[in-house]
Design a protein around this ligand. Structure first.
Ligand SMILES: Nc1ncnc2c1ncn2[C@@H]1O[C@H](COP(=O)(O)OP(=O)(O)OP(=O)(O)O)[C@@H](O)[C@H]1O
Length: 239
């Protein structure tokens, strides 16, 4: 598998506060990587840097073999990087279908259109004429993911899909993931929900206070190792 995304030793700061310290990660074409970590670990900051919304002060981001560190966010979308931000940010006054069409602006060629998005999220098909403001949290999340897919990304960045949603709704949304990856879309998902992260991902990388503290194949890391890394506990202390 060829490497699609290479993040090399990036530092990202908000003023004097350094949120990421030398983060390195790789995502191969077609794989799903879960970045996990507690509140404030730096997960959203990392996604924003990959999407081009924040500029690292050190390090490099390479996508599909070339350096995109200085490429503005809108051009990264055209190159195939799409972000579903934390908080969803869909348009409340637009219908589901209108929200999806917004994502198609400047789209790349590929498998994603209204039909395939509705196939992936049948709950949206039923609500296609409903205004964003009148959707449940889960429906808003599905709309936000569908909108990102409409650009036909090579890499889909998902920030905190599960935030504020009931477990059954989370499971419903994650059901779409095999179809998304099955169409060749590479996924980088940021999660606080360990169960979901370990279920959907091929590999996991755990951040703590802006540093990588654990990485490995999802099948190889134990839940205890992940929990210890997540909370910053030495493994001996876990029991
Ligand atoms: N706009 C900002 N200005 C200043 N500090 C920020 C800003 N955004 C985030 N931070 C700080 O950067 C660190 C990393 O935040 P980030 O949002 O990336 O964490 P996270 O792992 O995504 O957690 P969460 O799940 O809470 O979003 C935190 O200490 C946070 O307080």
């Amino acid at each position: 598998m060829s490497t699609l995304l290479e993040v090399d030793a990036i530092d990202v700061a908000y003023g004097d506060f350094r949120a990421l310290h030398g983060i390195t990660l790789r995502v191969a074409e077609g794989e799903t990587l879960a970045v996990i970590g507690a509140n404030g670990a730096g997960k959203s900051t990392l996604l924003k840097a990959i999407a081009g919304l924040l500029r690292p002060i050190a390090g490099q981001i390479r996508f599909a073999g070339h350096n995109v560190s200085h490429t503005p966010a809108h051009r990264r979308v055209r190159e195939g990087i799409a972000l579903t931000p934390e908080g969803r940010r869909i348009f409340g006054s637009l219908t589901v279908e209108e929200n999806l069409k917004v994502g198609a602006y400047g789209r790349r060629p590929g498998p994603w259109d209204l039909t395939t998005v509705y196939d992936a999220f049948p709950l949206l098909a039923e609500k296609r004429s409903r205004k964003g403001a009148h959707l449940s949290g889960g429906e808003q999340q599905a709309t936000a993911i569908g909108r990102a897919l409409m650009s036909n990304p090579r890499l889909l960045l998902l920030d905190e899909v599960s935030l504020g949603l009931a477990p059954v709704v989370i499971a419903d949304i994650y059901k779409a993931l095999p179809m998304i990856t099955g169409k060749g879309t590479t996924v980088l998902v940021v999660e606080q929900d360990l169960t979901q992260a370990l279920t959907v991902a091929d590999r996991v990388q755990c951040l703590l206070e802006g540093r990588t503290v654990l990485e490995g194949a999802a099948a190889d890391v134990t839940r205890e190792q992940v929990q210890a890394a997540y909370f910053g506990i030495d493994e001996q202390e876990v029991g």
